[in-house]
Design a protein around this ligand. Sequence first.
Ligand SMILES: Nc1nc2c(ncn2[C@@H]2O[C@H](COP(=O)(O)OP(=O)(O)OP(=O)(O)O)[C@@H](O)[C@H]2O)c(=O)[nH]1
Length: 220
Amino acid sequence: MAGLLLSLLSASTSVFNWGMNPLLLTQMASLLESFTLLLALSEKVRILQYRYEQAERESQHDALTGIGNRRLLERWFKRWSNSDDSRQRLWVILIDIDNFKEVNDIHGHRAGDQVLQQLADMMTQLSRPQDILVRYGGEEFLLLAESPEPKYVVALAERLRQRFARTPHTLNDIQIPHTISLGISELQPDEDKPLEQALMRADKALYQAKDAGKNRVVMN
Ligand SMILES: Nc1nc2c(ncn2[C@@H]2O[C@H](COP(=O)(O)OP(=O)(O)OP(=O)(O)O)[C@@H](O)[C@H]2O)c(=O)[nH]1
């Protein structure tokens, strides 16, 4: 590159008869070479930074559904705990697809995957941009939502439950009906390991919902 620039410079010197001295030309060429090297280096840094950010993004998201994973949840919670913003009450909603094994057994694993994607899309549509959506386990999802009152959280969970129940997944003209059970618990920032404790309570509520016949919301 610098060689090419040097030839161009020499050519233009003879064309315009600038009469530049050869030492100056060499110095300019070396300067151009350094500049070219710097450009190439900054492009490499830009590419590396992009790849790093992409890897970071991928490490915090679920490949199948595109929503967050546990890592995203933990990072977000750390930031939330350390922030001094006037915090609202925070709620954990655990969501589990009912009888999901049957969906896989009857319609196949691919159909099961599509049902997981459908639920993730529905969660994205019904939640607010500031809510945290996470695929928490195989067929278990989690929604972290701020709300001053429990009734709004229950209403959100109910909307999700009803929408999912009345939107069966269609595969090759076959309708696959499905439902979800949901367990809710409030996060108590002052207790020891608040996220873990809230998750345990939400899990308990979820199992109460399952025990009571599934397709329902229980708050603990
Ligand atoms: N298609 C698909 N299935 C998955 C995935 N991860 C977990 N599963 C399946 O999810 C099913 C979970 O089954 P169970 O734990 O028995 O739960 P369930 O059948 O939903 O029963 P209840 O929770 O009691 O309603 C298993 O069959 C797993 O193979 C996945 O990524 N894709």
